[in-house]
Write a protein that binds this ligand. Structure first.
Ligand code: UT7
Length: 326
């Protein structure tokens, strides 16, 4: 028995914010952003649209591809750093939005590594045979927690959602070949949203101090991301006895093209094996890996039976890799 990705979907809001638009908002330039990050534009959700709304749209597309109904789904897991509310969880909103009347569900908080962590759960839950189909969503409205006057961060992020449906299948060869997951809280301060939780509840001061927005030490995060992601990739390849040349595709979390290329260099990935769309969407945190997988499936860059390496790094720190046969 194996586990297979039976459907994928994504949703990208219509409104485009280009580097040129950002030139009019902060002291930056299209050239700086392109050269330092590879980002050309990102999409921004309208005020009335939440992460949950985007997840529902992505999930509906994944259901359609899989030929399933909401009622076929056994579990809904939503990876997000921008949930609609502190509670109820975003998974319950998605459950209701797609009519997943037979599901349980929860949100998973692991920042940009959310989809890599969610896949670990989905593969192991499905092998228990108790559940038939599991819906994983990665959804972010990062524009809602961006400090639009901080040029160090506001050029980096975008909104969007991706969805994957995994289900059991007869083919033993499909599924998770290896995984390598980590968490390390000693770097808590290099990437965080300081206020709004129980540590620093919302006050006039936290709002005035812009403490409800992303704070990041970019250079430090960059270095840690490259080392951690390259290490996780090497670990899964070694564990599965797979050579990197055998991979159809490597899908890294899309934070910065220079990070992606540095990781690719360290593990000797060919250019044609590397999936990059950070130019179009910026960093969509927990959504990025599932948006990439959806684009890869729909464009034919990945087909059933292919080996794919997924890798991500984010706040926490959290990081990890999944080597899967789709
Ligand atoms: O999702 C996972 C977590 N996130 C990441 O993985 C992101 C990791 N970090 C990065 O991608 C990069 O560190 C950044 C893109 C954030 C920054 O690139 P960098 O090459 O590390 O630049 P830097 O922070 O060292 O800044 C270089 C210069 C500074 O000026 P000085 O001090 O040299 O005069 C910055 O003030 O660039 C300046 N700068 C900018 N200039 C124009 C910073 N942001 C901008 C900007 N436009 N938007």
């Amino acid at each position: 028995m194996g586990v297979r990705i039976v459907g994928t979907g994504s949703f990208i809001p219509e409104k485009v914010l280009t580097n040129f638009d950002l030139q009019n908002m902060v002291d930056t330039s299209d050239e700086w952003i392109r050269v330092r990050t590879g980002i050309v534009e990102r999409h921004i959700a309208p005020p009335e649209m939440s992460s949950g709304d985007m997840a529902i749209c992505a999930a509906r597309r994944a259901l359609e591809m899989a030929g399933l109904q909401g009622s076929d789904i056994s579990a809904v897991i939503v990876a997000t750093t921008t949930p609609d509310y502190t509670f109820p969880n975003t998974a319950s909103l998605v459950q209701n939005g797609i009519g997943a009347e037979n599901a349980f569900g929860f949100d998973l908080s692991a920042a940009c590594s959310g989809m890599i962590y969610s896949l670990e759960l989905a593969y192991s839950l499905l092998l228990q045979k108790k559940y038939r189909y599991i819906l994983l969503c990665g959804a972010e409205k990062l524009s809602a927690i961006t400090n639009w006057s901080d040029r160090n961060t506001c050029v980096l992020f975008g909104d969007g959602a991706g969805a994957l449906i995994l289900g059991r299948c007869d083919d033993d060869g499909s599924g998770q070949l290896a995984s390598d997951l980590h968490i390390n809280g000693s770097y808590e301060d290099i990437l965080k949203l300081p206020a709004g939780g129980s540590r620093n509840p919302a006050t006039h001061e936290t709002v005035d101090g812009k403490l409800h927005t992303i704070h990041m030490q970019g250079k430090e995060t960059f270095k840690l991301a490259v080392n951690a992601m390259a290490g996780a990739c090497k670990a899964v390849l070694a564990a599965a006895g797979v050579d990197v040349s055998e991979l159809k595709l490597v899908i890294p979390h899309q934070a910065n093209k220079r990070i992606i290329e540095a990781v690719a260099n360290r593990i000797d990935v060919r250019e044609d094996q590397l999936f990059i769309n950070v130019d179009k969407y910026g960093n969509t945190s927990a959504a990025s890996v599932s948006i990439c997988l959806d684009e890869a499936f729909r464009s034919g860059r990945v087909q059933r039976g292919d080996m794919v390496l997924l890798v991500a790094f984010g706040a926490g720190l959290t990081w990890g890799a999944q080597l899967i046969r789709v």
